[in-house]
Design a protein around this ligand. Structure first.
Ligand code: 13P
Ligand code: SF4
Length: 303
C-alpha cells in the first residue's frame, strides 16, 4: 500500500467515525477530489452545504468557500484544512469600501460574486456564482442601478451578454485575468478544431474568442454533452483531473500550463487527514455577520 493509499484509507475511516463530510472544489489536487464525498463548483458546493446534516464539514477550497459553507450550515463544525488558502480576488473588496460605495449609490442593487469575504456579503443585497450570475442579474428589475463586485471581468462579460449596464468594482482573479488573446491563438494553432472553453472570470476579449464561457461545472457539462473528442480548457488546471476521469475517451489541453491557483494548491491530502482528526481550523464568523451574509447567499439560492 502506498503512503497516499494509507492516508486515503485513514480519511475514509475517520469520516465515518466523526460523521464528517468532505466537500472539494473542482480546482483542488486530484487525490483530494478522489477522497471527497462531493466535488463541484462554487454553486454546487453552496447548494450541498445548505442541505448537509453532518457534524463536521471539511471544506477543501479557499476561505470564502468555507465561510459560505458555515453560513449555510451554521450548526456544523466547518473546517478549513489550509486556513491560509485564500482567494486573492475576495480580498480586493473590503466591507468599508463597499459601505462607502453604498453611500454614493443609495438606490443601487449590490451584487457580490461569492468570491468575496463574509464581511462583504453582509453588505450586499444578493450573491451570485459564475454558475448563476446571469440569472441573478436578470432577476433585478430593469432600470435599477446595479453595482457588481468584486470581479470586473465577470461583470463585463455579464453586461455584454445581458445588454445591461452595471457599475463594476475593479477586482479580478489574477489567474484568469492573465489569459490573453495571444495565448488563445497559440492554443488554437496547436489544437485545431478543438472547442475552447474558458471561465467567465477571463477578460471579455478572451471570452469573445472562445467557443463557450462558463463556470467549472458548466465546462464538465459541456464536455459530457459534446461530440468533440478534444478540448482546450481555459481555467485553473485542477479541473483537468475530473474532466479526464469522467471522460476517458476524450482529450484535454490546458490553454496555458501556468493557470494554477497557488491558494487552491495549498491543500494537501495529509492536511485533510489532520483537519478530520483535530477539527482544525474551524471557520468562525462574527455573530452580527451571520444573518445578513447568509441572507445574501440564500436570496441567490432561492432564484
Ligand atoms: P466556479 O464558480 O466555477 O466554482 O469558480 C470559482 C473560482 O474560484 C473560479 O476561479
Ligand atoms: Fe480566487 Fe482565482 Fe483562485 Fe478562483 S482561481 S480561487 S478566483 S484566485
Amino acid at each position: 500500500m502506498s503512503d497516499t493509499d494509507r492516508i486515503m484509507a485513514e480519511i475514509r475511516r475517520l469520516k465515518a467515525e466523526k460523521n464528517a463530510v468532505i466537500l472539494a472544489h473542482n480546482y483542488v489536487a486530484g487525490e483530494i477530489q478522489d477522497v471527497a464525498d462531493f466535488v463541484g463548483d462554487s454553486l454546487e458546493l453552496s447548494i450541498r452545504a445548505a442541505k448537509l446534516k453532518a457534524d463536521r464539514i471539511v471544506f477543501c477550497g479557499v476561505r470564502f468557500m468555507g465561510e459560505t459553507g458555515k453560513l449555510l450550515s451554521p450548526d456544523a463544525l466547518v473546517v478549513l484544512p489550509a486556513p491560509d488558502a485564500d482567494c486573492p480576488m475576495a480580498r480586493m473588496a473590503s466591507a468599508p469600501a463597499v459601505r462607502a460605495m453604498r453611500e454614493k449609490h443609495p438606490d443601487a442593487v449590490f451584487v457580490a460574486y461569492v468570491n468575496s469575504t463574509a464581511e462583504v456579503k453582509a453588505q450586499v443585497d444578493i450573491c451570485c456564482t459564475s454558475g448563476n450570475a446571469e440569472r441573478v442579474v436578470a432577476s433585478i428589475p430593469p432600470g435599477k442601478e446595479i453595482v457588481f463586485l468584486p470581479d470586473r471581468n465577470l461583470g463585463a462579460n455579464l453586461m455584454k451578454k445581458l445588454g445591461r449596464p452595471m457599475i463594476l468594482w475593479d477586482g479580478c482573479c489574477p489567474i484568469h485575468d492573465q489569459v490573453t488573446p495571444e495565448m488563445v491563438k497559440r492554443a488554437r494553432t496547436a489544437h485545431p478544431g478543438a472547442p475552447l472553453l474558458v471561465h467567465l472570470e477571463c477578460r471579455p476579449e478572451v471570452v469573445a474568442l472562445a467557443d463557450a464561457a462558463m463556470s467549472t461545472a458548466g465546462m464538465l457539462k459541456f464536455v459530457q454533452e459534446s461530440a468533440a473528442e478534444e478540448f482546450i480548457i481555459g481555467t485553473e488546471s485542477g479541473i483537468l483531473h475530473r474532466l479526464g476521469r469522467e471522460n476517458p475517451g476524450k482529450r484535454f489541453h490546458a490553454l496555458e500550463p501556468e493557470l494554477i491557483c497557488r491558494d487552491m494548491k495549498k491543500l494537501t491530502l495529509p492536511m485533510v487527514l489532520e483537519a478530520l482528526k483535530t477539527g482544525q481550523t474551524p471557520v468562525e464568523l462574527a455573530r452580527e455577520l451571520q444573518t445578513p451574509a447568509a441572507d445574501a447567499i440564500r436570496r441567490m439560492l432561492e432564484l
